[in-house]
Design a protein around this ligand. Structure first.
Ligand code: ADP
Ligand code: TRP
Length: 326
């Protein structure tokens, strides 16, 4: 199966991103033809500092590679290096209804009460995402819950085009990982772990050193019940056991059993150690990659050349179908 996923480049990556996006991508690599896109044209829909943006693109590429993406097997590329994405997005904007875009809940969340002051790009962004996916005839699209609606609109846009102009696009399906798909904030466990949280104590960054990991886990919010159990209603504890499970491969139930009487402090100490051990080799590899930026840029450029071949062929087919090729 051909699978495509994308991530908006950010200057902070946390373990929610690692376990919710990066590791699942690595797991898909062996069995599928995988395309991973750094969606830099999505990120400029909100203001970006140019220097930070280019640093973030490299950081995110390095994180995928450090997590285990093999660039000779998987196509790792940068969206803005392939103009077919924005060109198809323009064509698709003309095939998409205002009402469909107005239903997108992420736009409503992100624009809040400032809907007139945000960029037009933030509003039409799902159409660029649809174009990213449709250009590659991707069958599967790994995304978090928040992006599910965007894959659904991609299906609608693709199906409409196929109906109007004849069979052109493969209609994709979202791939959503159940377990660990949504890590929670360490300080407010009812919220998701996010880099946009007010306090850096609420997440563990991929760059956090061992002592910081220990400090953050030790101060993570749990509840006052004495016995350790693995139950969703105990949000903070449930989240810690989920993280523990993700970095050891043991089940949350087994871990709860193991620590049932041992107390929260033991659990937190051992979790912090297990998590740091898990992050160590990833951090070392990221550091090494970021010390040789030319090599990193070369990997991204190679991937982009490979992706462009496919994208351009599809775009030509679309342009013929709509009647602009003379
Ligand atoms: P953030 O909320 O930190 O800004 P993004 O929205 O940039 O994160 O998400 C980038 C990727 O990481 C997406 O694929 C998203 O589903 C995944 N992701 C983000 N936060 C979490 C989380 N708390 N748990 C699991 N996956 C997450
Ligand atoms: N919009 C996605 C996000 O913010 C990133 C993205 C852009 C993407 N294009 C994509 C994800 C195509 C999957 C497929 O997380």
């Amino acid at each position: 199966m051909r699978v495509l996923t994308g991530i908006q480049p950010t200057n902070v990556l946390h373990i929610g991103n690692l376990f919710g996006a990066l590791i699942p991508a690595v797991e898909l690599q062996d069995e599928h033809e995988l395309y991973i896109m750094i969606a830099d044209y999505h990120s400029i829909t909100v203001p970006q500092n140019p220097e930070t943006l280019s640093e973030s693109i490299l950081l995110n590429a390095a994180a995928y590679l450090a997590a285990g993406i093999n660039p000779t097997k998987t196509v790792l590329f940068q969206q803005s290096q392939i103009s077919a994405h924005t060109e198809l997005a323009w064509i698709m904007q003309s095939q998409t209804h205002m009402g469909e875009m107005k239903r997108m809940t992420q736009f409503k969340d992100k624009s809040g009460d400032k809907a007139d002051a945000v960029s037009v790009g933030l509003f039409t962004y799902p159409i660029l995402m649809a174009s990213d996916i449709l250009l590659y005839d991707a069958e599967g699209v790994p995304v978090g819950h928040d992006q599910k609606q965007h894959v659904e609109i991609t299906r609608d846009i693709g199906q409409r085009f196929n109906k109007t102009f004849g069979e052109t696009f493969v209609i994709p399906k979202p791939i959503i990982r159940k377990h660990g798909a949504r890590l929670k904030s360490l300080t407010e466990p009812e919220k998701k772990m996010s880099k946009s949280a007010a306090s850096a104590k609420s997440y563990i960054s991929l760059m956090d050193e061992r002592e910081i990991v220990h400090k953050k886990i030790r101060s993570a919010v749990t509840d006052s019940e004495q016995i350790i159990t693995f139950e969703e209603r105990r949000e903070g504890l449930y989240n810690l056991l989920t993280i523990f499970s993700l970095c050891t491969g043991k089940s949350g139930e087994d871990l709860a059993h193991e620590y049932a009487e041992g107390g929260m402090k033991n659990l937190k100490d051992d979790l912090a150690t297990a998590l740091s051990d898990y992050l160590d080799p990833i951090q070392a590899k990221m550091k090494e990659l970021l010390e040789n930026k030319d090599e990193l840029k070369r990997i991204i450029a190679n991937g982009s050349v490979a992706a462009e071949k496919i994208a351009t062929a599809k775009l030509v087919e679309v342009k013929k179908k709509i009647g602009v090729v003379l």
